[in-house]
Design a protein around this ligand. Structure first.
Ligand SMILES: [Zn+2]
Length: 135
């Protein structure tokens, strides 16, 4: 947890920038998923976006996952962004999920949904873990 508004090595301005970038990526991912799935209605997408994955969003998430099953890569990208927003809300954003070290602004600016530092991401890829962009 950060002190004085700083979050995991990121200053408030950097957090604000990354938050905005995540929101933009989420919009793009939603549009891509919608194209890929071809079946999800605009209402479903709005429901998902508005509710996020908190509280009542669990139901929306279940419906959403059913709707986009098979959308594959774009679906993984969207879920990675949503997961990053959850970490942002919980105060874990910016920390590597494997080693717990700060991921760093430079990497997050290039990859706002990253959940691992560069070193752990390389290890994970060698292990043959999920290949989606956020690690
Ligand atoms: Zn790490």
């Amino acid at each position: 947890m950060g002190k004085g508004g700083a979050v995991n090595g990121l200053d408030p301005r950097e957090v604000a920038q990354l938050t905005g970038e995540l929101a933009r990526l989420k919009g793009e991912a939603l549009a891509a998923v919608r194209r890929a799935s071809g079946e999800m209605s605009v209402e479903d997408a709005d429901l998902f976006r508005d509710s996020g994955l908190t509280g009542d969003g669990a139901l929306a998430e279940a419906e959403f996952e059913r709707d986009v099953a098979g959308a594959g890569q774009v679906r993984a990208a969207l879920l990675a962004v949503v997961a990053a927003e959850k970490r942002l809300a919980s105060g874990d954003y910016g920390l590597c999920e494997d080693c717990g070290e700060a991921i760093g602004f430079a990497r997050l600016r290039a990859q706002p949904a990253a959940s691992r530092c560069v070193r752990c991401q390389e290890v994970a890829e060698k292990r043959g873990g999920p290949a989606h962009f956020a690690g």
